[in-house]
Design a binder for this molecule. Structure first.
Ligand code: HEM
Length: 212
């Protein structure tokens, strides 16, 4: 039986995943050095990124490759809007800005999606599967470090996708049934690794701008 692409992809990102987890910013987040204002800044960058991700997803809903990945329960922008409302107050929408790394990330996502559905899936996978798994660690930090469990942490609460273990299993079957040939699989892996690099660049900029 041929190897499942989802497993190949998961193995292929192991190293970049470890590298991203080793980012100085993530270290500070995990060790409790981030003020609530810093979490608000992270949510701000997420807001711009997910707006791009979900606008593109909506526009590709009928694409045969992307369509099955456009799952309404994943949608994060409404949760982020609630989080920002709580973290920054009612005027957040007119005051927040993406940082340079986030702008670059959004631009790449939009450009890739225009010419290549598989490239968009690489970005979709990197963010959503990452948030469903690793995001739970950040959610726990918001709770233990800042006492936030509802608004302010909704981005990390995937209440609308059912059991997350089953969801991740379903997502893997989607990755396995795209029909990509070897070349395209390699290209999707490369774009996924690039997505990790784009995330690291966002962390690096957030780290430089820490409120502390
Ligand atoms: C606080 C830092 C992080 C922690 C603690 C963390 C933790 C985890 C854990 C526990 C898993 C599940 C692994 C498994 O099922 O084998 C996972 C998967 C994943 N993470 Fe992270 N992660 C972090 C940061 C990131 C970042 C920054 C990204 C990229 C933006 C990311 C992307 C992913 C992806 C795409 C998966 C799914 C892999 C797969 O099952 O195919 N993670 N992470």
């Amino acid at each position: 039986m041929p190897e499942r692409f989802s497993e190949v992809l998961r193995a292929a990102i192991r190293q970049v995943h470890e590298q991203a987890n080793g980012a100085a910013y993530i270290g500070k987040l995990l060790s409790g050095e981030l003020a609530l204002a810093d979490f608000a800044e992270l949510a701000t960058q997420h807001y711009f990124l997910y707006t791009a991700l979900e606008e593109v997803a909506d526009s590709m809903r009928h694409d045969p490759v992307v369509g099955p990945f456009v799952i309404d329960g994943l949608r994060r922008v409404p949760a982020l809007a609630e989080d920002l409302d709580f973290l920054l107050g009612p005027h957040w929408a007119t005051t927040i800005e993406p940082n340079a790394a986030t702008k670059n990330y959004c631009q790449r996502l939009r450009t890739v999606a225009r010419r290549w559905p598989g490239g968009f899936v690489a970005h979709h996978y990197t963010r959503y599967l990452g948030d469903i798994a690793g995001g739970q660690v950040i959610r726990a930090k918001l709770r233990t470090q800042h006492g936030i469990t509802g608004a302010g942490a909704k981005f990390y609460a995937f209440d609308t996708i059912g059991n997350t273990v089953l969801f991740r299993r379903h997502y893997r079957t989607l990755l396995d049934s795209t029909g990509w040939d070897e070349l395209e699989r390699a290209q999707v892996i490369a774009e996924t690794k690039y997505a990790f690099a784009l995330n690291e660049a966002v962390f690096a900029e957030l780290d430089r701008d820490l409120a502390g």
